[in-house]
Design a protein around this ligand. Structure first.
Ligand code: F6P
Length: 383
């Protein structure tokens, strides 16, 4: 969609009649998705007399026409459960559908927007509620352009959606990462080792920063502050010389050395977003071992932080977001995403937050908090 088209997207449709809606969960899953599905479904049925249709596996189900009606019974008992009863997918978009490999072994990709529109028409869906991150919001563009009203709900453990201070799933993921770092702490202390722990978050350091601060990590490496390995080694050696023989390094998967690149674990060319980060934790551990000559181990938390049941605050946030999405839809406020700013619910244009990432700004107060308790941020700025 062109910038001009984006700017002219209709965001208010006061005469929109909503009788049937479709709900999908797109992108990587996260704790709290079921709480949102429940809030949307129950609010739609009980408060607005609207029928709800669950779309399986994100946009894949929309393309393939895999849709089923949700009753209040379907969503009963799911509030506290991790994952998503609808299934999710982070490898497909309406304009990017992988159908196999061609004779040169290159992925064959097709635009299946028309299939999505056919599914919407067949099930007589008046609007879609899309629950996802920036990729999922980007996928709404061809649908909005074709006149399908959409409302977005911001989810991701990465907390990197532009326009909102918080996404649901992040609180649970940082809680899980914190507890893992706590566990590494005791074993690192017993063995006088450095423990490097790689934590998801894509190009944003929110997860590593929050869990690093919450667990009292000695070093926190985030993509927004390129690290100098010598600064890290000097720091752990200085801790050693002051009687602290161990150090914990919370390392975001997107962290990178000054003047260097992020480490890509795998590329999936069948996916609209082919890069999967990973490997920086092992790399940092190897460098510390070699240069500082301290015994060092690494751990990769990976998908552990994405799984499991949502903590109560995520359940509340997800319920708030789901309820607000239905309110917006019924008021005709479409093609917008629910956001939370300064503790208040609000809305932003879906296409204004699509395809962008909210990274940690250099004036983020938590960076100062970290430095003031003598946490090394991978540079030489610690007080
Ligand atoms: O966006 C959520 C996230 O978990 C990122 O933190 C991570 O980089 C990515 O998804 C992993 O994707 P996949 O589940 O495809 O390995």
């Amino acid at each position: 969609m062109t910038t001009t088209a984006m700017n002219t997207v209709l965001t208010s449709m006061p005469n929109l009649k909503v009788r049937r809606i479709g709900v999908l969960t797109g992108g990587g899953d996260c704790p709290g998705l079921n709480a949102v599905i429940r809030a949307i479904t129950k609010t739609a049925i009980y408060q607005h007399n609207v029928r709800v249709f669950g779309i399986e596996d994100g946009y894949l189900g929309l393309i393939e026409g895999r849709v089923g009606e949700l009753s209040s019974m379907h969503v009963s008992g799911i509030l506290t459960r991790g994952g998503t009863i609808l299934g999710s997918n982070n490898k497909v978009s309406p304009t990017h559908y992988f159908t196999g490999y061609d004779e040169n072994n290159q992925p064959r990709i097709e635009n299946r927007t028309n299939d999505c529109l056919r599914t919407v028409e067949e099930h007589q869906l008046d609007a879609l509620v899309v629950v996802g991150g920036d990729g999922t919001m980007t996928c709404t563009a061809p649908l909005i352009e074709a006149g399908v009203p959409c409302v977005g709900v911001p989810k991701t453990i990465d907390n990197d959606i532009v326009g909102t201070d918080i996404t649901f799933g992040f609180i649970t993921a940082s809680d899980t990462a914190t507890r893992c770092l706590d566990r590494l702490h005791s074993t690192a202390a017993s063995h006088h080792r450095v423990m490097v722990c790689e934590i998801m978050g894509r190009n944003a350091g929110w997860l590593a920063l929050h869990s690093g601060i919450a667990s009292g990590a000695d070093v926190i490496l985030i993509p927004e502050i390129p690290f100098e390995i010598d600064a890290i080694c000097d720091f752990v050696l200085s801790r050693q010389s002051h009687g602290r023989g161990f150090s914990i390094v919370a390392c975001a998967e997107g962290a990178r050395p000054a003047g260097g690149q992020q480490i890509v674990a795998t590329r999936d060319e069948t996916s609209p977003e082919p890069v999967r980060l990973g490997g920086i934790g092992e790399h940092v551990a190897t460098l510390i071992k070699e240069r500082a000559k301290i015994e060092t181990r690494f751990n990769v938390l990976g998908h552990i932080v994405r799984g499991g049941d949502p903590v109560p605050r995520d359940r509340v946030l997800a319920s708030l977001f789901g309820h607000r999405a239905m309110d917006m839809l019924m008021a005709g406020h479409v093609n917008q995403i629910v956001v939370m700013r300064d503790g208040k619910l609000g809305a932003a244009g879906i296409l204004n937050v699509a395809n962008k990432q909210r990274t940690v700004p250099m004036d983020e107060p938590l960076l100062d908090v970290a430095r003031s308790v003598r946490t090394c941020l991978g540079d030489r700025s610690t007080y």
